[in-house]
Design a protein around this ligand. Structure first.
Ligand SMILES: [Zn+2]
Length: 234
């Protein structure tokens, strides 16, 4: 089966959805890719015939080993391109995702290797997401949770954590994070989580900042203190 951009987008979407929800359905996949459910059903059938996915009744759609490798190959392209655009071409971090969505389908393996070498073999992209290695292994961050869930579990204040990853799905949200100083590897103290916003003291900033609760869903953090010593609601 030729690796068209559509095929690559489906494999990538199944990979991401599987991480979020465990089980992937055709309707969910169609919604994620903004296509008609019938188109998604058709494509999943073709992907199954090409041995890239398995689709079993009641068990949803899953990637085969070959399908997962293809998904990781595109994700590696995507994240290396984002890193290259941000670090070398100084494209703002809220604009690299859209560019990478197109370029991920067209760069050659040779170009990818050259970018990787020039960047010094980075392990994460500008949003903190792990970049699969050249042999297509991925190391997912450990001991992380969404900032919103972390805030719910805190029982004594302030509570310290480090930003590990932010979602790149919404450019406006990325601009908000940038304004507040919320970036991967930045340490912060959570001062208060009352009301509709969280109050954070970020890095060396002079003043605390407020982050809306919805925006906190898309920030992955690593608490300094082990979760077991905090509230048992985690
Ligand atoms: Zn991206």
């Amino acid at each position: 089966m030729p690796q068209t951009p559509a095929v690559q987008d489906y494999l990538k979407a199944i990979y991401h959805l599987r991480q979020l929800t465990g089980k992937v359905g055709t309707t969910q996949l169609a919604r994620h890719l903004s296509v008609a459910p019938a188109s998604a059903t058709d494509m999943v059938k073709k992907l199954a015939e090409a041995n890239l996915v398995e689709h079993r009744p009641y068990r949803g759609i899953d990637l085969t080993e070959m399908g997962e490798r293809e998904a990781l190959r595109v994700i590696r392209h995507h994240r290396l391109i984002e890193t290259f655009l941000a670090e070398v071409l100084e494209v703002p971090w809220d604009r690299v995702h859209e560019e990478a969505e197109r370029l991920e389908h067209v760069i050659s393996e040779d170009l990818e290797q050259r970018m990787d070498r020039l960047l010094g073999y980075p392990s994460t992209d500008p949003h903190g997401a792990p970049i699969p290695s050249a042999d297509l292994r991925i190391r997912l961050p450990e001991n992380v949770e969404p900032l919103s869930r972390f805030a719910e579990s805190v029982t004594s204040w302030p509570c310290a954590a480090t930003v590990v990853q932010v979602s790149d799905h919404d450019p406006a949200l990325l601009r908000t994070y940038a304004t507040l100083g919320v970036r991967p590897a930045v340490e912060f103290d959570l001062l208060d989580s009352g009301g509709r916003a969280l109050t954070l003291q970020v890095g060396n900033a002079t003043e605390p900042v407020q982050l809306a609760r919805d925006a906190a869903d898309y920030v992955l953090v690593r608490p300094k203190q082990h979760a077991a010593t905090r509230s048992s609601t985690v």
